[in-house]
Design a protein around this ligand. Structure first.
Ligand SMILES: NC(=O)c1ccc[n+]([C@@H]2O[C@H](COP(=O)([O-])OP(=O)(O)OC[C@H]3O[C@@H](n4cnc5c(N)ncnc54)[C@H](O)[C@@H]3O)[C@@H](O)[C@H]2O)c1
Ligand SMILES: [Zn+2]
Length: 362
């Protein structure tokens, strides 16, 4: 799949067992003087040596560095350490940083690449399903602050995204399902055919059966590539990618970013947004149920945690993507189509109707 952004265009290559060929592809895409692989211990142990060997065979002097696992590494202090590691590795302006891991590694290493020596080449080798279909494509890189997630970052496109789906074999089932939530999102907002494909084969895709999984990954990336090509900096169309995310961010914040994976929160948020879309008269009845059933088959949660309404309203009003007390809510129009609608927070999460008892029934 190609991401068309003029002189910053790049290729997303999807393969099976292709890790050993990464070096040659990186050499061709970035023509680097040196490479630094950034990873986390669990991923580096499994795939780091193979990637390093492949880079060296392609004639690129390469070193490796690891940061601790999970989102706590997307911090100012880890970033500073990574910049220093770049100096120690002897990186110059024509060197490349290669992110090997999930979205956390991609976001951190990408921001380091965007800033070290005012920007050096960057390549993504995503190893989680979420990073393959979402985080590695589109050029958003960021770190967290204690005050909130992804508050400091940049738009910085990679030179290449190199996907070896065999790396998913070691990815825990729960992480696979979380990534699948973003593929379901791609189908729901953009690609009815992808959605239908998942309705037929979501279990097989989660079992990594190639004929079920590969077309799903490719379609989700194609969606993101198209959307990003048309609106790199999220001034319009790219906002559609936030389908389910308004509530997801609230759910994550209310959980203190613990115990719940991003994809799981997105699953809950999408079912909520789809139901709300039906209530608002935007989506045909039954759309939300289709989304809910599909996500449930993937083992994903579909009901919002039972926090009081007030807690949700407060969490929504600190969503950094808000505009005053109005949020850009993504409504479903049909399976495969969505649009942006400015909604006051109270309308996103309306008070339960109290007039039911006077409605005439039957
Ligand atoms: N830039 C973007 O557009 C974008 C989009 C979505 C999410 N994100 C960011 O991505 C991050 C989440 O990404 P994620 O879900 O990939 O989480 P993650 O990077 O934390 O990885 C999840 C877990 O899987 C492990 N892992 C990774 N690859 C593995 C493999 N092949 N086998 C076994 N274990 C493996 C990791 O070590 C980690 O424990 C968040 O920081 C989020 O903000 C960014
Ligand atoms: Zn997401």
């Amino acid at each position: 799949v190609s991401v068309d952004l003029g002189s910053r265009s790049y290729r997303v290559a999807i393969g099976r067992g292709s890790l050993a060929a990464a070096g040659a592809a990186i050499a061709q895409a970035a023509k680097p003087t040196r490479a630094l692989i950034v990873s986390v211990p669990g991923v580096d142990r499994r795939y780091g040596a193979a990637l390093m060997r492949s880079l060296k065979q392609a004639g690129i002097p390469t070193s490796r560095v690891c940061v601790p696992d999970r989102d706590r590494s997307k911090s100012v202090s880890r970033l500073a350490e990574l910049w220093q590691a770049c100096v120690r590795a002897g990186l110059d302006r024509r060197s490349v940083i290669v992110a090997l891991g999930g979205g956390m590694v991609g976001d951190l290493a990408g921001f380091a690449a965007a800033t070290f020596l005012r920007g050096i080449s960057f390549v993504q080798v995503p190893t989680t399903l979420l990073a393959m279909v979402d985080a590695s494509v589109g050029g958003k890189v960021a770190i967290n602050l204690p005050e909130g997630k992804n508050l400091v970052g940049s738009f910085y496109q990679p030179r290449l995204v190199w996907i070896d789906t065999d790396t998913l074999r070691s990815l825990p089932r729960r992480e696979r399902a979380a990534g699948m939530a973003e593929i379901v999102k791609a189908g729901a907002i953009w690609d009815a055919q992808l959605f239908a494909h998942l309705e037929e084969k979501i279990e097989a895709a989660l079992d990594l059966e190639p004929e079920a999984l590969l077309p799903a990954i490719e379609a989700a990336i194609r969606m993101k590539a198209e959307v990003v090509s048309l609106d790199e900096r999220e001034t319009g169309l790219r906002m559609l990618l936030n389908f389910g995310h308004t509530l997801a961010h609230a759910v994550e914040a209310l959980a203190g970013f613990r115990g719940i994976l991003h994809g799981e929160a997105v699953a809950m948020g999408m079912v909520y947004a789809a139901r709300r879309s039906e209530q608002l008269g935007c989506a045909p009845a039954g759309s939300a149920t289709r989304i809910e059933q599909l996500l449930a088959r993937a083992g994903l949660p579909t009901e919002l945690p039972p926090h009081p309404r007030r807690a949700y309203l407060e969490a929504l009003s600190v969503d950094k993507k808000r505009m005053a007390s109005v949020v850009q809510f993504i409504v479903l129009e049909a399976i495969g189509r969505a649009s942006v609608r400015a909604l006051p927070i109270g309308e996103v999460f309306p008070a339960p109707r109290k007039t039911r008892h006077v409605e005439v029934v039957g």
